[in-house]
Design a protein around this ligand. Structure first.
Ligand code: AMP
Ligand code: GLY
Length: 423
């Protein structure tokens, strides 16, 4: 079977790495990919939100499966584009329909879905410019800190957590009236602050049944001790050590089952990955957010722990046969440490020559922002490389990742040396 992966980050390299182990695979393409994916697949220069261009490539290369990495093509409706086209309807697109992708594309849509389906989450209300005054009164009715979320996609930057009411009101005004996050903040969800510990669960579903993938915890802040600006993710650990059997049972019963049943009840067509961000408060799971794709860098620790055939599982989505698949998980822990460009998540420069990759033999290096330039590999993004290792526990795995990260070099390389510090 020929497969096309859409995206260019560490997540897509990890997908390519997993799929390339499958005996079911014939040709693997990644659009646009990076220097890492070019070692195990064919990179294709495509704009992944230009669906007509994707269509031409899919037909010319007899692609049977399109695995969508990032949210943008999903929210823009790539699933529906394929289903509605006679020439493409046979292709197995791994991802939710446009309507279901609203679970990530609109915070209000996600909160209303959770409310209807009794999925535990923080109390909330949503506001627009015309209800700014009511929003301010709502802030007065809550205890600090205040959580303000731009309704639409804001590149992971749309959530503000503000310690005092006056500042929260000012930010609400900037979002609703001042266009702080552009159209994404024309509507703002204000919600109760949840004081707990975060983790994520990943589920794959063909719309009929589901399989739970390994849990993970990522580290979003740029600075050690979880300080400084938010990033796409600076590292991850799987499994989450505190997620024991009892908590996982609760998560399945209280969160996963009502979510999957909700898709069916509401006829939200969903054949893909569900990434559920949780806050565990007094040993009870509450949903912070849904993402309609896998996480990055969570994928770089979740997929290496999947020991069964990912391509076979995904192939089963097309005819809703996922219930017949047997998912097996490696008992070892996996961790990843992300190396970024100096300056990230603010301005940074590309084009730094990367050395040391071939010296690493006992970790897996997933490329994120890299590109081949003649016979060299150079940086090409904020997040550059991530170093994944296995261990009997996460500490042992971290030792390996840090030992190997030290062998890598490019100008102004930075990474956090405290991944897992809070566990
Ligand atoms: P999100 O973009 O929805 O993942 O939110 C970004 C981060 O804000 C989350 O990873 C949490 O750390 C934090 N957050 C979001 N909602 C809440 C909440 N209701 N209470 C506490 N922290 C939250
Ligand atoms: N690492 C968080 C995300 O992929 O959204």
């Amino acid at each position: 079977m020929n497969v096309l992966i859409l995206g260019s980050g560490g997540r897509e390299h990890a997908f390519a790495y997993s799929l390339s182990k499958s005996p079911l695979l014939t040709n693997l393409f990644v659009a646009p990919g990076n220097a890492g994916t070019s070692n195990i697949a064919t990179n294709v220069a495509l704009n992944i939100t230009d669906f007509e261009a994707v269509k031409v490539f899919v037909l010319e290369n007899d692609i049977a499966m399109v695995l969508v990495g990032p949210e943008a093509p999903l929210v823009a409706g790539i699933y529906d584009f394929f289903i509605e086209d006679e020439q493409l309807v046979h292709v197995n697109v791994i991802g939710p329909s446009k309507q279901a992708a609203m679970l990530e594309g609109s915070k209000e849509f996600a909160k209303e879905f959770m409310e209807r389906n009794k999925v535990p989450t923080a109390a909330y209300q949503s506001f627009t410019a015309s209800s700014l005054k009511e929003g301010m009164s709502f802030i007065d009715s809550l205890k600090p800190p205040y959580v303000l979320k731009a309704d639409g996609l804001a590149g992971g930057k749309g959530v503000l957590i503000i310690p005092n009411a006056d500042e929260a009101k000012q930010s609400l005004e900037e979002m609703l009236v001042g266009g702080k996050f552009g159209a994404a903040s024309n509507k703002v969800v204000i919600e109760e602050f949840l004081d707990g510990i975060e983790m994520s669960v990943f589920v794959m579903t063909d719309g009929k049944s589901y399989k739970i993938l390994p849990t993970a915890k990522d580290y979003k802040r740029i600075g050690e001790g979880d300080t400084g600006l938010n990033t796409g993710g600076m590292g991850a650990v799987s499994p989450v050590p505190f997620a024991g059997e009892e908590l996982m049972k609760k998560i399945e019963q209280q969160v996963i089952i009502p979510t999957i049943e909700g898709f069916k009840k509401e006829e939200l067509v969903y054949k893909g990955f569900v990434f559920i961000g949780l806050m565990i408060v007094n040993n009870e799971p509450l949903v912070i957010e849904y993402n309609v794709r896998m996480g990055d860098p969570e994928t770089e620790v979740v997929l290496p722990r999947l020991s069964s055939d990912l391509l076979a599982h995904l192939h089963a989505f097309k005819n809703e046969q996922l219930d017949k698949e047997v998912v097996t998980i490696d008992a070892r822990a996996a961790v990843t440490v992300m190396c970024v460009s100096g300056g990230y998540p603010e301005a940074y420069e590309n084009g730094m020559v990367i050395t040391g990759i071939e010296e690493v033999t006992d970790s897996i290096i997933f490329h994120a922002g890299t590109i081949r330039q003649d016979d060299r590999i150079v940086t090409n993004g904020g997040r550059v490389l991530t170093v994944t290792s296995y261990g009997a526990n996460f500490n042992e795995a971290l030792k390996k990742s840090y030992h190997n990260t030290a062998k890598l070099h490019y100008d102004r390389m930075y990474y956090r040396k405290d991944i897992g510090f809070d566990l």
